[in-house]
Design a protein around this ligand. Structure first.
Ligand SMILES: Cc1ncc(COP(=O)(O)O)c(C=O)c1O
Length: 307
């Protein structure tokens, strides 16, 4: 968790309001039933001022999450992308985490949200590396969770819905209580799926792999970024299922996510991963840092400049 420092403005239902005024009623059904879809996006400092990384792809996923849940967003994607830019500009903080959310609002209560008003907000807060800067540098200790990633026959993992994060929270809390930084969730077939808020990659004999979308994961934007980097690095890549024991025998493992960035995993359930060096992960981390900070012309199309 991160302590939130108040910034200036939040975009709420079409306009920028003061931070303190972005409130909802306690009988908001989205709060009770987890009927909310959201995104997690970052803006970073670049030589040309703040720039939002892969805004278009994040908002594509936002609209797709809404579609899966039959949620009618009363704004176009273009309006919401502009609203993200306006919010970053209004808050005057270059390095910031952006959280668009749509939820069924106050007015009716019950399990059919069809007639509830859909409210949309874009909040921002400052958030360092989710698994810590030390984690990014030295790697984190992870544990395979006793909780399975929820199955797409119950809750669609490709929709970034608030309800999914109850599953994530159970796994995360179990990991933290056990003294680990993060969890790794298996799916109902017993194969590796993802972390509670990150995708996972494995390196073995210079081949990099990540579980396919059919393993029941969120299709991460950072995952997609890493996959593109692998092609540019000339590294072999496979989308393939792997087992718990293939975690233990990996040369390198890392998490990818907007919040976590690219964070190496140095240990899984007491087994050290590889030699403790992460040469391929390091190459990807450098490429990622250059891309998000506008130091790499090849990835400039992924940046939406705020100024
Ligand atoms: C469950 C889950 N998997 C993976 C990711 C990584 O996705 P992204 O790289 O788009 O942030 C996230 C974060 O949004 C997540 O919540």
């Amino acid at each position: 968790m991160v302590g939130i420092r108040a910034l200036k403005k939040i975009w709420f239902d079409g306009k920028l309001v003061d931070w303190a005024d972005a409130n909802v009623h306690v009988l908001t059904p989205g709060l009770h039933y987890g009927y909310a879809i959201f995104e997690g996006i970052r803006s970073h400092d670049t030589p040309r001022g703040p720039a939002i990384f892969r805004l278009r792809e994040h908002m594509d996923r936002f609209m797709n999450s809404a579609k899966i849940y039959r949620m009618k967003i009363p704004y176009s994607q273009a309006e919401l992308e502009k609203a993200c830019v306006d919010t970053v500009r209004a808050n005057e903080v270059a390095t910031v985490y952006i959280r668009p959310i749509a939820f069924s609002g106050y007015g009716e209560m019950g399990l059919d949200p069809t007639n509830a008003p859909v409210r949309v907000a874009i909040g921002e807060f400052e958030w360092g590396a989710y698994l810590g800067q030390e984690g990014v540098e030295k790697g984190v200790r992870a544990t395979v969770s006793s909780w399975l990633r929820m199955d797409s026959r119950s809750l669609p993992p490709q929709a970034k819905c608030a309800a999914n994060y109850a599953n994530s929270a159970l796994a995360k809390m179990e990991a933290v209580v056990g003294g680990y930084a993060e969890a790794i969730l298996l799916n109902s077939a017993g194969m590796v799926a993802e972390g509670p808020g990150e995708n996972i990659f494995r390196v073995k004999n210079e081949i990099v792999s990540t579980p396919p979308a059919s393993s029941g994961i969120l299709r991460g934007i950072t995952r997609d970024t890493v996959i593109k980097f692998l092609a540019h690095e000339g590294l072999a890549f496979q989308r393939t299922d792997f087992t718990r024991e293939e975690l233990f025998t990996a040369d390198e493992l890392f998490y990818s996510g907007t919040a976590a960035g690219i964070t190496p995993i140095r240990e899984v359930d007491g087994r050290p991963i590889g030699t403790g060096d992460y040469p391929i992960t390091r190459r990807l981390q450098r490429r990622y840092e250059d891309a998000i900070h506008g130091r790499s012309p090849a990835y400039n199309a992924w940046l939406t400049y705020v100024a």
